[in-house]
Design a protein. Structure first.
Length: 113
């Protein structure tokens, strides 16, 4: 059974930081590009950042310079470091093994003063 287990969500004040983690089963992780998406209330799910198997990355314009995606292949884990956070970053964040279209259950991120 494929599992993508996210952690690290929570509440933070504007300007603060959070780091999301997503651990996947090894066989899937090693063969897949990985990504973080998010869905805010009343909005469509959108791509936040993606990282290919060998490390090339892509970011949504809204998070460039603030968020960093990385992967640790030894731990089968992908990370999303979120800095200088804004209220508009509030959403449920989903990890995905996009090569296979497998998704995690989502983790809530709230940015509020």
């Amino acid at each position: 059974q494929v599992q993508l287990v996210e952690s690290g969500g929570g509440s933070v004040q504007p300007g603060g930081s959070l780091r999301l983690s997503c651990q996947a089963s090894r066989s899937i992780f090693s063969a897949s590009a990985m990504a973080w998406h998010r869905q805010a209330p009343g909005k469509q799910r959108e791509l936040v950042a993606s990282i290919a198997r060998f490390g090339s990355t892509n970011y949504a314009d809204s998070v460039k310079g603030r968020f960093t995606i990385s992967r640790d292949n030894a731990k089968s884990t992908v990370y999303l470091q979120m800095n200088s956070m804004k209220p508009e970053d509030t959403a449920v964040y989903y990890c995905a093994a996009i090569t296979f279209n497998f998704w995690g259950q989502g983790t809530q991120v709230t940015v509020s003063s």
